[in-house]
Design a binder for this molecule. Structure first.
Ligand SMILES: Nc1ncnc2c1ncn2[C@@H]1O[C@H](COP(=O)(O)OP(=O)(O)O)[C@@H](O)[C@H]1O
Ligand SMILES: C=C(OP(=O)(O)O)C(=O)O
Ligand SMILES: [K+]
Ligand SMILES: [Mg+2]
Length: 527
């Protein structure tokens, strides 16, 4: 059993597999993003989600109005306060998503080998023969033989509510399709995916812009998930827009790659974006099944080398209705970690699933097991080689901190940072222990009032593998004199001890600036 991503050089003792894992304060280094909805919006459930390891909450504006999402977010804030677990907020756009309009919400039955017409005429009632859609350019975009997929929002693939259509004929603005399987479309929202077809709609729609500039601004969103990102220009335009929205100039843009168009422009998109979401729900139907794993591995590698966080979606769909993942899903979660994901995004599982808390907990446990056998040594060498020489000073410091921490078996790395850059660079080298990133607030002014930076930077590390933020007291001056360094370090150590990640006699690696010099120091605790 030899795989370069695994640290299993010796044949492992089978009995050791059965040894129970030690529980720790941090369920896993890998982060979990939960999509919030009907089954995950009470304060009680949200508290459970936070305690079991969700550190980013995703609000998907493909459905639901601003008021509904606000109620959920307000409950989340209550849960954050009572559990004392930080959680970042991600707004997910609608983008050029095609949807079936079923006003009556009556169930629609489609027969295998039956014909069904997709029409932009929304005055027509949805029925077994006609499905009205929200886009009038489909007839021009597809041709006979193309594949179109219609499924329940966040379809899991195992429902009988999704249908595979083959384009049979184009008639004016209508597209007549042959249904390849029988299905009953039940529910309020159906999305439509035309495989490998360019949809001539903007990546950021008017509705998206409105939601971002109202709901997004009010809630100071940490992340914008840019659905159906297809070009680097999509990210640049979104960035321009955010810049004009006050605090949102600090919002990070995560480009969601969901189709072949995004895959084709992946390198340029990665350069512009702050992070990437590999949206396997849609990619899994846009790509031939045998190619999905290849894109996953290649894209994660590129994100890792660029030092940008990568999020993978759709890992345990079957847990929407079940307490245990399938064997394939359980293995898939572990492989996501070994392939280099920073975070796992749960969709239907937390949104409308029966077991949101249990799902987060099980995914976290699988991630933690996989992290233990991740071949950090090989990964580290590969990354150093990729970066080449000369390294920037900061990158050299960051990689040295990780190397030192592993050599002395440190229990944590404590990294001082204001912009978050140093902590992100440490995470890039995938330390095997948690990194407490102590974000030192900086005073800023817009000539009207004073405020402190740091909150965005702290929350934005909640999506990066291994980083656990702590916001330092703003009364500590930002300049790094040795007296302030010592007092902030003491607070960080106390925080680590309270959390149970640091014990007496542990070694801790600290990365900070002393005067003008960046230093990595190793401290050994007494009691
Ligand atoms: N307020 C601070 N006190 C002590 N050291 C700091 C502080 N802020 C950053 N550092 C250290 O300075 C170096 C540069 O880190 P970086 O995150 O790029 O800083 P900045 O926030 O100034 O961009 C790193 O070694 C980091 O640990
Ligand atoms: C998360 C996904 O997308 P959506 O925004 O449609 O839920 C996905 O396709 O994997
Ligand atoms: K969406
Ligand atoms: Mg999707």
């Amino acid at each position: 059993m030899h795989s370069s991503h695994l640290l299993l050089e010796e044949p492992i003792r089978m009995a050791s597999i059965l040894e129970p894992s030690k529980s720790s304060f941090f369920p896993a280094l890998t982060k979990i993003v939960g999509t919030l909805g009907p089954k995950s919006r009470s304060v009680e459930t949200l508290s459970g989600c936070l305690k079991s390891g969700m550190s980013v909450a995703r609000f998907d504006f493909s459905w639901g109005d601003a008021e509904y999402h606000q109620e959920t977010l307000d409950n989340l804030k209550v849960a954050v306060k009572s559990t004392k677990k930080l959680c970042a907020v991600m707004l997910d756009t609608v983008g050029p998503e095609l949807q079936v309009i079923n006003k009556s919400e009556k169930a629609i039955t489609l027969k295998a080998d039956g014909l069904v017409t997709l029409t932009p005429n929304q005055d027509q009632e949805a029925s077994s023969e006609v499905l009205p859609i929200n886009f009038d350019g489909l007839a021009k975009a597809v041709k006979k033989g193309d594949t179109i997929f219609v499924g329940q929002y966040l379809f899991t693939g195992s429902e009988t509510t999704s249908v595979w259509l083959e384009v049979d004929e184009i008639k004016g603005d209508d597209v007549i399709c042959l249904s390849r399987n029988a299905a009953t479309l039940a529910g309020a929202l159906f999305t439509l995916h035309a495989s490998q077809v360019h949809i001539d709609l903007p990546t950021l729609t008017e509705k998206d812009k409105e939601v971002i500039s109202t709901w997004g601004v009010q809630n100071k969103i940490d992340f914008l998930s840019l659905s159906y990102c297809r070009h680097a220009e999509d990210v640049r335009q979104t960035r321009e827009m955010l810049k004009k929205l006050g605090d949102l100039s600090q919002t990070q843009i995560f480009a969601k790659i969901e189709n072949v168009e995004g895959l084709t422009h992946f390198d340029e998109i990665l350069q512009e974006a702050d992070g990437i979401i590999l949206s396997r729900g849609n990619l899994g139907i846009d790509l031939p099944p045998e190619k999905v794993f290849l894109f996953q591995k290649a894209a994660l590698y590129k994100c890792n080398m660029a030092g940008k966080p990568a999020v993978l979606t759709r890992v345990v769909d079957s847990m929407t209705d079940n307490l245990r993942p399938t064997r394939a899903e359980a293995t898939d979660v572990a492989n996501a970690v070994l392939d280099g994901s920073d975070a796992i995004l749960l969709g239907a599982e937390t949104l409308r699933g029966l077991y949101p808390v249990e799902t987060i907990s099980i995914v976290g446990k699988i991630c933690a097991e996989a992290e233990k056998v991740f071949n950090q040594d090989l990964y580290f060498k590969k990354t150093v080689k990729y970066v080449g020489e000369p390294m920037t000073h900061l990158e050299s410091i960051a990689s040295s901190a990780v190397r030192a921490a592993i050599k002395v078996k440190a229990s944590v790395i404590i990294c001082f940072t204001s912009s978050g850059r140093a902590a992100r660079l440490i995470a890039k080298y995938r330390p095997t222990m948690p990194v407490i990133s102590v974000v030192i607030p900086r005073v800023k002014t817009n000539q009207l009032k004073w405020s402190f930076s740091g909150a965005f930077e702290a929350r934005q590390s909640l999506i990066v593998r291994g980083l656990f933020p702590m916001l330092a007291d703003p009364r500590h001056p930002a300049e790094s004199t040795s007296a302030t360094n010592e007092s902030v370090l003491k607070v960080a150590l106390d925080h680590g001890k309270q959390a149970g990640v640091i014990k007496s006699h542990d070694r801790v690696v600290v990365c900070q600036k002393v005067g003008d010099a960046s230093v990595v120091k190793i401290i050994e605790l007494e009691d």
